[in-house]
Design a protein around this ligand. Structure first.
Ligand code: PLP
Length: 360
């Protein structure tokens, strides 16, 4: 059985080496005679797996000492509510940048708890770019500034870290975390659902500066209070143990690849190859301004929409899976996260060339 190339936006491809290791350890982890899935989360063995995963994650991102790493549940979507519930801290206003569907969802949820000021929105130009720092209308009395560094659906990515008006910066890094080094010290809080660049669904990682812990809204459930989760080392209740373990294997794999600077170079090469081919072709187009293009999610449109189904069918036959664009955007989307090898991008380009030549 041959593995195919998977361009799914999420849950996304995992490194083959990680799946092999997990498979070898499935029935009997480390001679213990049981699977990681069957261990007590309070056992010595699982505690060791969990803390090794955290320390590798901290090492990869060079997370400073004064930040806590939380392993939570509820997906990135739960964080849309948990961020205002935990970070309003007596304030009433929050600043959000809108660059696409995920930031809009975050704004919708936040407006149940706070007055949302949309500091900038690129909706009028169909979210085809990110706003410049000079376009942001920020409030100094905001509890925080929230943005989405990579919009998974639209394929738009910030090439810079926005500066807030001195308030904590909050970022939904779900689809670009670990794709390149980031300066964590610029952020108050970072969150990322696991199923794109970290591991299996069910886990959401939060990185929070420790002075922001506490003062959550009184009705915040304990399992969703950053302070309670931090106090209990993310084991207030049973965490998603298997996802946590698998994320740990992905972090080990990333270290073996040379860390985030090395993976950043590979990601840049993959994205450049694909965009260069799209730009040179008169059959495919990408609607995003060149300075705002995502390195992780590459949407593209065929010259003739009626060929979409034929394109997808042929792609599947060629072993290229999950290229259908998001239902709201149409066309195609290739998600080329860390675990999608350069060979997958090359095979995709070859197929696109062949398809354009026979249908263009
Ligand atoms: C996938 C995604 C989400 C939603 O993640 P869930 O885990 O399904 O809640 C939120 N934000 C971004 C940027 C995403 O890519």
């Amino acid at each position: 059985m041959a593995r195919k190339f998977n361009f799914c936006a999420g849950p996304a491809a995992l490194p083959e080496a990680v799946l092999r290791k997990a498979s070898a350890e499935m029935l009997d982890w480390n001679g213990l005679g049981l699977s990681v899935m069957e261990m007590s989360h309070r056992s010595e063995e699982f505690t060791a797996i969990a803390s090794k995963a955290e320390s590798d994650f901290r090492e990869l991102l060079s997370i400073p000492e004064n930040y806590r790493v939380l392993f939570m549940q509820g997906g990135a979507s739960a964080q849309f509510s948990l961020v205002p519930m935990n970070l309003l801290r007596g304030k009433k206003r929050v600043d959000y940048i809108s660059t696409g569907q995920w930031s809009e969802k975050a704004i919708q949820e936040a407006s149940r708890y706070a007055d949302v000021n949309v500091a900038a929105s690129t909706e009028a130009t169909h979210y085809s770019r990110v706003p410049a720092q000079s376009e942001l209308k920020l409030n100094s009395d905001a509890a925080y500034l929230h943005y989405t560094p990579n919009e998974t659906i639209g394929g738009v990515e910030f090439g810079y870290v926005p500066e807030s008006s001195g308030v904590p910066l909050v970022a939904d890094f779900s689809s670009s975390i670990l794709s390149e080094p980031i300066d964590v010290s610029k952020f108050g809080l970072i969150y990322a659902g696991a199923q794109k660049n970290i591991g299996p669904a069910g886990l959401c990682i939060v990185i929070i500066r420790d002075d922001l812990l506490g003062d959550e809204l009184e009705q915040t459930p304990s399992v969703f209070s950053y302070q309670s989760i931090a106090k209990n080392d993310s084991m207030l209740n049973t965490p998603p143990t298997y996802s946590w373990y698998l994320a740990g294997l992905v972090f080990e794999w990333l270290k073996e690849q040379g860390g985030l600077a090395a993976i950043q170079a590979i990601n840049a090469r993959k994205a450049k190859k694909l965009y260069s081919y799209i730009d040179a072709s008169d059959f495919y187009t990408n609607p995003i301004e060149s300075g705002s293009r995502s390195r992780m999610n590459v949407p593209f449109i065929l010259a003739n929409e009626q060929l979409d189904a034929v394109f997808l069918e042929g792609a599947e036959k060629a072993g290229l899976l999950n290229l259908k664009g998001h239902r709201s955007v149409g066309g195609m989307r290739a998600s080329i996260y860390n675990a999608v090898p350069e060979a997958a991008v090359e095979a995709l380009i070859e197929y696109m060339k062949y398809f354009a030549a026979s249908h263009g």
